[in-house]
Each structure stands twice: as C-alpha cells, then as structure tokens.
Ligand binder design. Sequence first.
Ligand code: ADP
Length: 495
Amino acid sequence: MKKNWKHILPLLLAMFMLLTACASQPTVEPNTEDPTVSGQPAEVESDGVVARESDVIVVGAGGAGLAAAVKLGELGGKCIVLEKMPMVGGNTMRSGAAYNAVDPELQAEFGIEDSIELHVQQTYEGGDEVGKLDLIQILCENSLDALKWLESYGVKWQHNITAVIGATWPRTHYPENSIGSDFTIPLTEAAEKFGQEILLNTQATELIVEDGRVVGVKAVNTEDGTQYEFRGTKGVILATGGFAADIERCRQYNPKIPADIKTTNHPGATGDGIDMAVAIGAATEGIEYVQMLPIGGGTTVSTVIDDLIFVNQEGNRFVREDGRRDEMSYAVLDQPGQYMYMINDQRVVDANVSQKGLEEKLAAGEIYRADTLEELAEQIGADPDNLVKAVEDFNAHVRSKEPDEFGREVYNNTIEVGPFWASAPQKPTLHHTMGGIRIDTEARVLTESNEPIPGLYAAGEVCGGIHGSNRLGGNALADIFVFGRIAAQSAFEGK
Ligand code: ADP
C-alpha cells in the first residue's frame, strides 16, 4: 500500500518538536513522596513564574474545598486544589465532626420531632435574624442529601441523633469516630480517584482578573518560594475557611473577647480568601461576628449536651447547657476564674465515647472520675453539697421535661449512674467566624451591589451571611459540604 507522506510528515514534525520541547523545557518534577501531587508537567514562563491550568482552581483543601473537588470530578471537571498548609483538612479536620441534618426516619426512632422549617427558624433566630433566609433555606434543605452524598464516598455515620453544644435541638449526626478526618480522608481519596490534583504548601496570594472575570490565582510555594499562576478556564472557588486563628483580628471586631483567649482553629485560618476577594471588589457579610465556644480550654469527656451539665468552681450550675454558644461563653466568662467543668455519668461514656481514650486522659490527670458525686466534687475542689444539689435539680427536670430556671429544654438521661465524670476546667475559646464573603444561593461571589463577580465562587467558612451573628453547633459542617458542592456545580456550569 502506498503511504501518504503528505499526511504523515506534519505528524512526524509535530512529534519531533514535542520531543525537543520536552527535552529543553524545564518541568516541575513529580513529587513522588507526596501521593497527592499527580506530577503533570507545568510550564515555566520566562519571568520564572510557573503557569498551570485546569477547569477550576479550588483554593483551600478543607471540607468545602475537598467537597468541591469531588463534585467537580463527578461532573467530569478537573481542578487543582491549592492548600497552603503541609496537610489537607483545615479546621474541618480539627472539628468535633458534629453535623446537623433533619433526618425524619432516624429522628423518629429516638422520638424526636423536627422539620426543615424548624431547622431554618432555629438557625435564623439563633443568629439573631441576621443571616439570609435564602441561604439558610438552601443549607437546611440540602444537609440530609449532603450527608448521604458523603456516605456514598465512604463516610460511615453513627446510628444516633444528639445535640452538640450550641445545636439547640437534637439533629446532630456524628461520623464513625466523631473526628473531622472521618470526612477529610474519604473526600481526599475520592478527589484523587477523580484525578484532581492537590498541591500542598501552596498559598494563594492574589486573584487574577481579566476583563472583569476571575481567571485564576497567583500563588507561592511556601517551602521553596516558587511563584505560580494557576488559571481556571471555568473560574476559581475560594474555600479558604475563616480567620479565628487570628486572635487580634477577631478582637478588633469583638472587644469582649479576652486577650488571653486560646483558639480551636488551625494556624492557617487567617482570612486570606476574604482579603483576596475584597481586594477585587467582593462584598462581605457580618464580618464582625466572631464565635466563641464555651469549651475548648481543656480535655472533655463528652460534648453531647443531652445528658451533661456545666458547673462553676463552686459546684453550681449557671446557664442552660442547650443554649446559644455566645450566651454560654459570656456566662462562663462571668464565673469565678472564667472557667467551668462539664459533669456527666457513665451512661454517656458507654454510649458515645471511646473508653480507651478516656483511660489515657484519666491517667494523665486531664479529666476526673469518681464513684460518687461527693468524691467527684472533692477531686475538682468544688463544694460537694452544691454539686449534689445541682445534679438533683437537673434530674428532677429531666423527669418532668419542664424548662429549668436557666431555660434548658433539651433533656435525655438523668445524671445518676456512676461512676461520675468531670471534664478538665473549660474556658471559652475562639472558634468560628460567621462573617465572610457575600455569596448568593449559587455560591457566586457578589459585589456591594449584589452583582456576581464572573468566575468567582466561594463556599464554607470563608463566606458570611448564613449563620448570622451566632452559629448553631453542628451547622458548619452541613454548610461547607452543601455549599462546596453547589460552588462546584455553579463553576462547572458557568453560572
Ligand atoms: P472550611 O470548613 O470552610 O472548608 P477549613 O478551615 O476546613 O474551611 O479549610 C480551609 C483550608 O483553606 C485550610 O486547609 C487552609 O489552610 C486553606 N487555606 C487558607 N488560606 C489559604 C491560601 N491563601 N491558599 C491556600 N490554602 C489556603
């Protein structure tokens, strides 16, 4: 057969040029030690900036960013996820993993009445009616679906419903081990299976805007200083989390926060995404609303509030334990020494907590256990009569289910089956920033005049406007997974 050289010659020429180009052009070596780096070759421009491109650039590999990466994969889209820390996970990985979702089937098993409307109402009112109802509606309507979506990627849920501190209602679900990596590990694996690239130690510094559209982001490798330009043909998703690691910034917004407060946040929670978005004209929502958690200053036995009480150093209760996080935190700050203990009985431990971990904490003297309440009071240096009376009063209200003098409404079990447990002294900690970038229900970033900024999307704690002035415990994880998926969908569809 006669060969048609007219057609083959250009092909050979192209192959030759490609080979010589590959040989002469420096490429970024695949990082074989880091399985999250796929090692696709990157081009180096003449000014020394490494240029990379994908469909979408996701900034931040916490829960929202990882959910977006997985959702993009599902849709057939590719992304590069930039993570400034040496590990994925952000605050999501550090979280206690409480996840709120109205789940009629499961809640019915535990005799709990609930509805989407109630979740919306409690979220709105729990945030002083500052949050935006359209965003809250999306959060509450989609949280069960997101829970099942997470399950489809390997998240295993406990067959239980409780109320985490500040949830105000029993609709809290926990994954297998009640730790944030129950989410971040399966999502990272899923993102990698979809071929998404996660670059660690890569800090986004500035959004790139061309003709009014966000087309990418500048970044720097925090280890070797390499400068990058990442371009997303379908845009950029900011999923950089909040700024509760920046105590001074939080205190500027809320001077009631004590100067010596500790933070529950990972060190990377410094508000980078908010600053980058604001620099190109994004509006913020409720930036001044910073959340303290009433606990966090020491080891806990359990954070499920249904069957525990808070007592001060005198052994007295002082606040409803099913209340809002801000009210509980300020109440703790009003107590002698500005701390409190959490008291529960053995049944909580049997139902929720890994006994082995507690034995280690006991041995280390971090928490307390005693056969009687009197002995427990002695161990923590409280008045035994006060502690016994506090528990008796609480038990009477558990039985009657009537609100007590502090207004507590959520009850499950009494505290009466020994041994009895006390946490380490708990001080309020900085925990969450409710404020952030303004978005719409499609996770598009908005300007002051509510115009979407083309090509820019945001999800998770980096956003404001959902939790109002005070976030319900357990709503953050629902938020990041619900809106992480929406941001991916919107970016993919070019909304
Ligand atoms: P969310 O709960 O909203 O997902 P997380 O705190 O869990 O928030 O995750 C946010 C992630 O974004 C963290 O891992 C954090 O290190 C990362 N991050 C923050 N700022 C930057 C930045 N400038 N560049 C890249 N990653 C960032």
